[in-house]
Design a protein around this ligand. Structure first.
Ligand code: F6P
Length: 428
């Protein structure tokens, strides 16, 4: 029987500014390794279940397209937050998925995502082995949160950290200019849910030309509002502008998110994650009343994960590299694994790819260690800053058109026909 030679790749979870570089890495390596077709799932496994996919050769036509894709933020294929049911809960979904994979003659299924997405790789590879399917299932790490286990860091984190470091400097500079004869408190809210890696990256702003933020609060340690207020009041006695970085996910000792104290969102996703927003705005209102001065909340929100104009070269290159490594692993017969990045040295910075059993990664969270925070957990240590700094180095110039970065966007006519096919099938 002829060897199956098609690959399907999907993107899942919160996007990053380099997730498409991993897609480019998968595509380029798959073609170079002689795979026949490279399909892309539209909106991950959720779209695939509706037979939403494209042949990527209809989208990527040249080396320039590859370069554009590497510099295009957000998920080119569309993403999803979709939790596959346990196999015993709904076998039909698995049967349907494998029917689609068999129909497309898929040999390797590659999923670019974070810990929730690795749950999908784990379940599909388990199902394939038990039921005698030969497809290989490989995970490609991705998340700005940097909370995946067993990898030194995750693609997406370095670029978000670079943007956050630069934005923190800019926010500090802006506030300094406006505090003649009056005080001002600025609270910056950074993404990261339960892991404070990105919030810690605000400390990168501390350089020869900038003092960096005054206080940094990560979600790993319970947040003490009274102690925090005391610290801010003390700082205001010494300086006019106080800049504080907080994680969106900081929680009180009783487990309530700080954002729940204010006007927050009730939205919860398929993995049970509450939408975290409003921490900075709650604290800004609270401190305005407590300290009687002007306050401002800066929620970096999606800007921090989509700022490809500020992406790190190390990050874009590593994102591409892990995509390629997943194709190689699948081609060599691995399955149920995720590619990891091993740090070989800091100076000069060097890394290589490795591979680990996805069962040891899915649904796990790697948090900032307590000893990378100071005594009262109001700042990160030099160890933490030294860990992040190599990951933000270098730039990839955006390809500028009319003064703005050019992105590679989906050829909509192909997408529509895929949608039409799926709808027609649903009607039959
Ligand atoms: O998982 C990555 C992430 O960016 C988290 O840092 C953040 O909490 C979450 O996604 C936000 O997700 P959404 O855009 O779906 O609200």
């Amino acid at each position: 029987m002829a060897k199956k030679r098609n690959i399907i790749v999907g993107q899942s979870g919160g996007p990053t500014s380099v997730i498409n570089s991993s897609l480019a890495g998968v595509y380029k390596n798959a073609i170079e390794r002689g795979f026949d077709k490279v399909y892309g799932m539209l909106h991950g496994v959720q779209g695939l279940l509706d037979e939403q996919y494209i042949d990527l050769s209809t989208q990527i036509h040249s080396e320039l397209d590859i370069e554009l894709l590497k510099r295009t933020p957000s998920a080119f294929l569309g993403s999803c937050r979709y939790k596959l049911p346990e196999i015993h809960e709904n076998r039909e979904i698995y049967e349907k998925l494998f029917e689609i994979l068999n129909k497309l003659d898929i040999e390797a299924f590659i999923y670019i995502g974070g810990n929730d997405s690795m749950d999908t790789i784990k379940k599909l590879s388990d199902y394939a082995i038990v039921n005698g399917h030969t497809q290989k299932f490989l995970g490609v790490p991705k998340t700005i949160d940097n909370d995946l286990a067993l990898t030194d860091h995750t693609p997406g984190f370095g670029s978000a950290a670079k943007y956050i470091g630069a934005s923190t400097k800019e926010v500090i500079r802006d506030a300094e200019g406006l505090t003649y004869n009056k005080s001002m408190i600025t609270i910056m809210e950074i993404m990261g849910r339960n892991a404070g890696w990105l919030t810690g990256a605000t400390a990168l702003a501390r350089q020869e030309d900038c003092d960096g933020p005054d206080l940094i609060y990560l979600p790993e340690v319970p947040f003490d509002l009274a102690h925090f207020t005391e610290k801010v009041k003390d700082l205001l006695k010494k300086k006019a502008s106080v800049v504080i970085a907080v994680s969106e996910g900081i929680k009180l000792e009783d487990g309530r998110f700080v954002c729940e104290l204010g006007i927050s969102s009730d939205y919860v996703d398929a993995f049970g994650h509450k939408q975290l927003t409003g921490t900075a705005s709650y604290l800004a209102g609270y401190l305005a009343a407590e300290c009687g001065c002007k306050t401002r909340a800066v929620e970096l929100s999606t800007l921090q994960r989509s700022a490809s104009h500020m992406a790190s070269r190390v990050d874009i290159d590593e994102a591409f590299m892990v995509g390629g490594a997943a194709v190689k692993a699948a081609d060599e017969g691995d399955t149920g694994k995720m590619v990891v990045i091993d740090r070989i040295s800091d100076d000069p910075y060097m890394s290589a790819t490795g591979i680990y059993d996805v069962h040891r990664i899915a649904n796990e969270e790697k948090l900032v260690p307590r000893n990378w925070m100071n005594k009262d957990a109001s700042y990160v240590t030099e160890d933490c800053i030294d860990y992040v700094r190599p990951l933000i180095q270098g730039d990839y110039q955006p390809i500028m058109v009319n003064g703005l970065p050019r992105h590679l966007v989906m050829n909509k006519s192909v997408v529509k026909s895929a949608g039409r096919r799926a709808r027609k099938k649903a009607e039959e």
